[in-house]
Design a protein around this ligand. Structure first.
Ligand code: HEM
Length: 400
């Protein structure tokens, strides 16, 4: 590989404003939609920043998602769960076709928009219970702890058939996995504990089936216990941290854009559109998604070698003016469809319909039940989770 003489910069991660990606991230996107990127291990790879090129890389089977080849674009002692080695059985986000197809096919039918719509009455109840408890208590409170985390946690537990009473351990382990500040040993322990928990639970379901997804996969008989447990860990961790971040960061964004909040509360039919725009604007996968070409590839006039790491920046793609007019403006009335907050291609988020239903219910209900909702601290004091794999807030102190 010919190395550039001047080392290219690393992935910019420092934000000047809480809701905008780092300014240098976009670079000269229109003329250079892919550019050189230095990884923390010294490897020189690539960064994709335009919407069009991000989509084409993510839809291109020459780019692998296998964890063995993945490198994290940001320094983290623990690294992502399986980067550089084989993932857990069932960990489909790190697999290529046909292994990926085999697992995803067993799951896709359980996450359709219709199936998720059927969950609405249950989700309405969960949202209502949490907001009633808040309304009856004395402010201030942390919206993450009281609302944004428990609602998606309960939803994914219900869907999988995981006892919610076990949440203390799996929420702690899941937070450890996505933190940039833990050691490799701590991350490995958290993963082991989650995996053992899901394996035991899967075995338990063999004798006592319920109507959750784990039992359905056991009854289906296609996947091994190890694969069902791996799928379970992935769904459990991806299924609550991500939506929790979107809910709390979304509430912070709405409170910081009163005119947009007024539009939403004035017209609840805006909720579906508002959710798409919040997903686009916030793009919580702030370090992008990694891919690796399995062969040499010519892309937008650049020659990529097999094995070089590619980071597809979903944040940069979702702020591409060639795709979204005035992209840095939060505008709940725009048509934000086509955003890449859920990725694209065969790995496009399996849980996106669940996340959408949760957000569509949660945002209008939050501001309806707590009409005086406001930040309880100055905006600059909200602790942002720049140290996590997903962007969001650690806490959102609110009053009402
Ligand atoms: C707002 C919330 C969410 C966001 C922004 C989000 C984002 C993403 C993104 C960007 C990917 C693609 C990763 C890649 O291409 O490498 C992905 C994949 C995935 N997500 Fe989500 N996600 C969310 C919620 C959920 C939920 C609620 C679940 C579970 C019920 C879930 C389960 C998954 C799974 C299993 C995959 C891997 C799919 C595959 O490889 O085929 N996600 N998600």
């Amino acid at each position: 590989m010919t190395r550039p003489t001047v080392l290219p910069p690393m992935l910019p991660t420092v934000r000047a404003r809480p809701f905008d990606p780092p300014e240098e991230l976009a670079g000269d996107r229109a003329h250079e939609p892919i550019r050189r990127l230095r990884y923390p291990d010294g490897h020189i790879g690539w960064l994709v920043t335009s919407h069009a090129l991000a989509r084409s890389v993510l839809a291109d089977p020459r780019f692998s998602a296998r964890s063995e080849f993945k490198r994290a674009p940001v320094a983290r002692p623990s690294a992502d769960p399986f980067y550089g080695r084989t993932a857990l059985p069932g960990w489909l986000v790190d697999m290529d076709a046909p292994e990926h197809t085999r697992i995803r096919q067993r799951l896709a039918g359980r996450f359709t928009a219709r199936k998720m719509k059927d969950l609405r009455p249950q989700l309405d109840r969960v949202v209502d219970e949490h907001l009633s408890a808040m309304a009856e208590s004395t402010p201030p409170a942390d919206l993450v702890e009281r609302f944004a985390l428990p609602v998606p946690s309960l939803a994914i537990c219900e869907l999988l058939g995981v006892p919610y009473a076990e949440r203390a351990a799996f929420q702690r382990n899941s937070a450890t996995l996505f933190s940039l500040d833990v050691s490799e040993a701590q991350a490995a322990l958290a993963m082991d504990q989650l995996d053992s928990f899901l394996r035991e639970l899967t075995e338990h379901k063999r004798g006592r089936p319920d109507d959750g997804l784990l039992s359905a996969l056991v009854a289906d008989g296609t996947l091994s216990t190890e694969e069902i447990a791996g799928v379970g860990v992935l769904l459990l961790t991806a299924g609550h941290e991500t939506t929790a971040s979107s809910l709390s960061l979304g509430a912070f964004a709405l409170l910081s854009h009163p005119e947009q909040l007024a539009a939403l509360t004035g017209d609840p039919s805006l909720a579906d559109n508002a959710v798409e725009e919040l997903l686009r604007y916030l793009t919580i996968f702030h370090f992008g998604v990694p891919r690796t070409p399995l062969e040499d590839v010519e892309l937008a006039g650049r020659s990529l070698r097999a094995g070089e790491s590619v980071t597809v920046s979903l944040s940069a793609a979702n702020r591409d003016p060639a795709q979204f007019a005035d992209p840095d403006r939060l505008d709940l009335t725009r048509r934000a469809t086509g955003h890449l907050a859920f990725g694209y291609g065969i790995h496009q988020c399996l849980g996106q319909n669940l996340a959408r239903v949760e957000m569509r219910i949660a945002f209008p209900a939050l501001f309806r039940r707590l009409p005086g909702l406001a930040l309880a601290v100055p905006p600059g004091e909200v602790p942002l989770s720049t140290d996590m794999g997903f962007y969001g807030v650690h806490r959102l102190p609110v009053t009402w």
